[in-house]
Design a protein around this ligand. Structure first.
Ligand code: PMP
Length: 425
């Protein structure tokens, strides 16, 4: 038995499924999850001492790679001054000021501890602000695990949502309206019919939870116009895309000013920190100023703020995103060249430091396209890549992430491994 197998067996004694978040269990790809012992730069080492080039980066936060010395130093320094106060600190102001400077759509911002808290709170705020209940989301978009967001589409576009998790009350799910991603006509039809009841529309502006599917230009414009015309709040869930696709986030790439934005992952530099913010008149409805309640014992935690601030100050340096975008595009281009050379259904696409790998001849545009990709083939590819020392997300439905620590040699080695693996499949 390998050490990973021993640990997985031991973990299952007292932890449901042996993991503290489901996709870590390799349920989608099968096999034994790797238990990680150490990370450094672009690499992680598992419990058996095997090294991998890491394209998960803790699901996005580690844009500087593992253990960036300045981030570690900032966290250590903060820890020596106190782990948590549950009271305001000066560093929180610096982080809030920086977020408002980097994202013009954010006039006021509140810090929380997870992406789920950020989206859940933003939706409550939008409902409190508008006095309406209905929420619009899109098929294949993940916004954390709050009740109203664990809903997928029924068969008819305008039918009420059905919960996609046990334990979500039907009454809660009924207020979530689910539409196909990148479908402008469906969006227009929904707003024409129910626009006056819609509190908010929440979207992943580059979807990264159904592999990687960018929103089309037309879709982006329609979401902004329809929410504005109908008095609904446009929420950009940039938990994944924020400071990952560019310094101005996806909203910068789109040239769109959302009403509210949710941030997470990179903004916390690997620590539990997330945020939501936006228009001052909406944020003014939040307690203690307004009637919408939201709180957190560890919100604005000093260690997390130190990691986030240090990370943001490093990635805002001139040229950072040009280099990261080029490096990620290099990986995608290499994968595409391999697919072409071997004449096999294997493509890739990237946006900033995010990429998708698809077992299909062309890059998907919708949830339906993603579902049509060959999952069994992805699973075989995933395991063979693991064998080659490359750690990809253990699911065909997750985006991948490149960090500033990935070198040209890492990218070249990854592309060469993919070619060997695809030849053998
Ligand atoms: N929104 C998006 C777009 C996400 O990708 C995620 C997590 N992957 C979340 C929200 C939830 O964040 P968390 O896991 O920190 O609760």
């Amino acid at each position: 038995m390998s050490r990973n197998e021993e640990l997985f067996a031991a973990a299952q004694r007292h932890i449901p499924g042996g993991v503290n978040s489901p996709v870590r269990a390799f349920g989608s790809v099968g096999g034994t999850p790797r238990f990680f012992a150490k990370g450094e730069g672009a690499y992680v080492w598992d419990a058996d001492g095997q090294r991998y080039i890491d394209y998960v980066g803790s699901w996005g936060p580690l844009i500087l790679g593992h253990c960036h010395p300045q981030v570690i130093e900032a966290v250590e320094k903060a820890a020596r001054n106190g782990m948590s106060f549950g009271a305001p600190t000066a560093a929180e102001i610096d982080l809030a000021d920086l977020l408002c400077e980097l994202l013009p759509s954010i006039e006021q911002v509140r810090l929380v501890s997870s992406g789920t808290e950020a989206t859940m709170s933003a939706i409550r705020l939008a409902r409190g602000y508008t006095g309406r209940d209905k929420l619009v989301k899109f098929e294949g978009c993940y916004h954390g695990h709050a009740d109203s967001l664990l809903v997928k589409a029924g068969s008819g576009l305008l039918t009420f949502g059905n919960p996609s998790s046990a334990g979500v009350p039907a009454a809660v799910a009924a207020d979530t309206l689910v539409l196909p991603y990148n479908d402008v006509a469906a969006l227009e039809a929904l707003f024409a019919e129910q626009g006056a009841a819609i509190a908010a529309l929440i979207v992943e502006p580059v979807a990264g939870n159904m592999n990687l599917v960018p929103a089309s230009k037309e879709f982006v414009a329609a979401m902004r116009k329809l929410t504005q015309d109908h008095g609904a709040v446009l929420i950009y869930d940039e938990v994944m895309t924020g400071f990952r696709v560019g310094l101005g986030c996806a909203q910068g790439l789109h040239g769109i000013t959302p009403d509210l934005t949710c941030l997470g992952k990179v903004v916390g530099g690997g620590m539990p920190l997330a945020a939501f913010g936006g228009r001052a008149d909406i944020m003014a409805k939040l307690a203690p100023l307004g009637p919408v309640y939201q709180a957190g014992t560890l919100s604005g935690n000093p260690l997390a703020v130190a990691a986030g601030l240090t990370t943001l100050n490093l990635i805002r340096q001139p040229g950072f995103f040009d280099a990261l975008t080029a490096r990620t595009a290099q990986l995608a281009a290499g994968f595409n060249a391999v697919g072409k050379e071997l004449n096999t259904a294997f493509t890739a696409h990237s946006v900033g430091g995010m990429f998708g790998v698809y077992m299909s001849a062309t890059a998907p545009q919708s949830y339906a396209d993603v579902m049509a990709c060959d999952r069994a083939r992805f699973n075989a590819f995933f395991h063979a890549m693991l064998g080659e020392g490359v750690y990809l997300a253990p699911s065909a439905f997750e985006a991948g992430f490149v960090s500033a620590a990935h070198s040209d040699a890492d990218i070249a080695a990854t592309i060469a491994a993919a070619k060997r693996v695809l030849l053998a499949l």
